[in-house]
Design a protein around this ligand. Structure first.
Ligand code: C2E
Ligand code: CA
Ligand code: CA
Length: 282
């Protein structure tokens, strides 16, 4: 029994070692990856639920790693945060997304709001507002077409100086969205102090919506969250919309926009181009 336990322990250790090696490899190859163009941005469409119009996209980063293949953000964002590389990577994603949104405007005549995720670490850059201003000037994108997404936990860690940064961004006409709303700290007080434009309801609230038999509790929570958003003059977007039933129920509950596999997965920019050209049947 003792030796079996010992082996199990060794196995666990080996696993952990492998993970650490992977982390280490990712973090050391990341700076070169950025200059070599191994990162790409995909865009997931956002639809207005009342008329199914394509109104925006969320920029989601991927890493085409030469050894590990295509990596999703959950596999490398944390490492990027820890090493600090999230700052240049985040700036690159922002510039790429703004350039692309500007292209959709000039080439396709469409004003799509592009949403970009901000990491906590970026929030703590005192020159964040300056960086964003620079990127907008560089790419020619109007500030009203940019939305920055922050998680509740990022907001909660955002007392003092970063709070002024958010104020500066909002004053420039940039939209601020609270990502995964309702899953972080259950503290709504910050909504009074922050210039927020949109609440993005976490996919968890959408799961099971519109199912039969109906679960009234689920409906009520979504109705309350949408009511909270609207009561504060904010817009509500639902994430993780996977079924027609969910979309229909969200619409009935007054939710403004939806994002999810039902409407479209994250895709390369030319796929969004195609949607703009041919229109999107939902
Ligand atoms: P998020 O901001 O909550 O982004 C939504 C995630 O849900 C995306 O995963 C998207 O592919 C996935 N998703 C969308 N629709 C559906 C659906 O209908 N069903 C299901 N099951 N999933 C859906 P992804 O692309 O793997 O990104 C994961 C997270 O990584 C993002 O969560 C965001 O927090 C972070 N992330 C992505 N890009 C960036 C970035 O450029 N910078 C930073 N700081 N974080 C990023
Ligand atoms: Ca997001
Ligand atoms: Ca989210």
């Amino acid at each position: 029994a003792k030796s079996a336990g010992g082996r199990r322990w060794a196995l666990f250790d080996a696993d952990r070692h492998a993970r650490e090696v992977t982390r280490y490899t990712l973090s050391t190859t990341m700076p070169a990856a950025l200059t070599r163009g191994e990162f790409v941005v995909e865009y997931q469409p956002l639809f207005r639920l009342s008329d199914q119009a394509l109104v925006g996209v969320e920029a989601l980063v991927r890493w085409n790693h030469p050894a590990f293949g295509r990596l999703l953000p959950d596999q490398f964002i944390e490492v990027a945060e820890a090493s600090g590389l999230i700052v240049p990577l985040g700036r690159w994603v922002l510039a790429e997304a703004c350039r692309q949104a500007r292209r959709w405007q000039t080439d396709r005549g469409r004003d799509l709001v592009v949403s970009v995720n901000l990491a906590v670490r970026q929030m703590h850059q005192p020159d964040l507002a300056g960086t964003v201003r620079e990127v907008l000037a560089e790419t020619g994108l109007e500030s009203r077409l940019l939305q920055l997404e922050l998680t509740e936990s990022a907001v909660m860690e955002t007392a003092g100086e970063p709070m002024r940064v958010l104020g500066a961004l909002a004053a420039m006409g940039i939209r601020i969205a609270i990502d995964d709303f309702g899953t972080g700290y259950s503290n709504f007080a910050y909504l009074c102090d922050l210039p927020v434009h949109t609440l993005k309801l976490a996919a968890r609230f959408v799961e099971g919506l519109g199912e039969r038999p109906a679960d009234p509790a689920r409906d009520r929570i979504v109705a309350a969250l949408v009511g909270l958003a609207h009561g504060l003059g904010l817009s509500a977007t639902a994430e993780g919309v996977e079924t027609v039933e969910q979309a229909a129920r969200l619409r009935e509950l007054g939710c403004d926009c939806g994002q999810g596999w039902l409407f479209g997965r994250p895709v390369p920019p030319d796929e969004i181009d195609r949607m703009l050209r041919v229109g999107v049947p939902v």
